[in-house]
Design a protein around this ligand. Structure first.
Ligand SMILES: [Zn+2]
Length: 297
């Protein structure tokens, strides 16, 4: 029923902090999770307005899932794919929109904190724009995960359904079990961690609220400056939190990680206004990403 995505064929990057048995876990994830919804996208008419409210997003996911399966059954072979890298505690798919390309790989994700969901309609709009104007990401591979914490989004709360802060649940050197539970105890963080290990990201942009700054971990100061100029938000380090994605990928493993902190009121903005204010900064980051592979292969 499903075909493997090209992305699972890449050799996993070696992460120094990867714990014993991690690669076996990744191989297992590759086999069981990444292909879970390996289907063809082009699910929404070009230019269709992205959804904004969480309840609408969940409904939209159901429609997308249904239509995508239909397209797959017809044997469509569009280059833009929609897959799930895993599932939440309540079984919701963690959707991935994939724009293939040979150049640097940019990963954009949103709503790892369920009550900071302005990044979701912004990234859905990015997906629509890239689908309509493929030249915007020419020479780049772009992966978009609009909702990393779908259960938290539905409940409008920061943590996942088991009450764990997913952005404190990564196996970084500074992880504290008292803050984020046992590292990788949650299906959402395990799925993202496993997918990141196989996907060889050259730049990761994670969208949060409400600090209104461009924060970074790892060698991302130049990208942070570029994004600051494009967005009007100051480039400012706010510190690497224990067990965060930025601590694990950026500080421990040297992958450039941007934490784009939108203002607190951003979730009241329409997708059009969000795109008007912050679309350019995402496109500038995609355009400016550079391959990091020589340092980490
Ligand atoms: Zn946050």
């Amino acid at each position: 029923m499903t075909r493997p995505l090209p992305i699972v064929c890449e050799s996993p990057r070696r992460f120094p902090r990867q714990r014993a048995g991690g690669m076996r876990r990744v191989a297992s994830l590759g086999a069981t999770l990444v292909v879970a919804l390996n289907v063809v996208a082009c699910h929404a008419p070009s230019g269709a307005p992205p959804t904004a409210a969480p309840s609408e997003l969940v409904d939209s996911e159901r429609r997308v899932d249904h239509l995508a399966r239909e397209l797959q059954a017809r044997g469509s072979n569009e280059p833009v794919t929609l897959a799930a890298i895993g599932r939440s505690v309540h079984g919701k798919p963690l959707l991935l929109h994939e724009f293939p390309g040979a150049g640097p790989h940019v990963v954009l994700l949103a709503t790892i904190h369920g009550d900071e969901f302005a990044g979701t309609p912004l990234l859905e709009r990015l997906v629509a724009e890239l689908r309509a104007h493929r030249e915007l990401a020419r020479g780049r591979r772009v992966s978009v995960l609009p909702v990393v914490n779908p259960d938290g989004l539905q409940a409008r709360r920061r943590e996942n359904a088991r009450g764990v802060d997913l952005n404190r649940n990564f196996p970084s050197r500074n992880a504290q079990e008292s803050v984020g539970g046992t590292p990788l105890s949650e299906p959402e963080s395990r799925a993202l961690h496993g997918w990141l290990l196989t996907s060889r990201a050259d730049l990761v942009i994670s969208i949060h609220q409400p600090v209104a700054v461009v924060d970074w971990d790892g060698p991302a100061d130049e990208i942070a400056r570029i994004m600051s100029e494009a967005s009007g938000l100051p480039a400012q380090r706010i510190g690497s939190r224990p067990g965060s994605l930025g601590s694990f990928l950026g500080v421990d493993n040297g992958v450039p990680v941007i934490t784009l902190e939108l203002p607190g009121g951003a979730q009241r903005l329409s997708p059009d206004v969000l795109w008007e204010r912050y679309g350019a900064t995402l496109l500038r980051a995609i355009e400016s990403a550079e391959s990091q592979r020589s340092s980490f292969s």
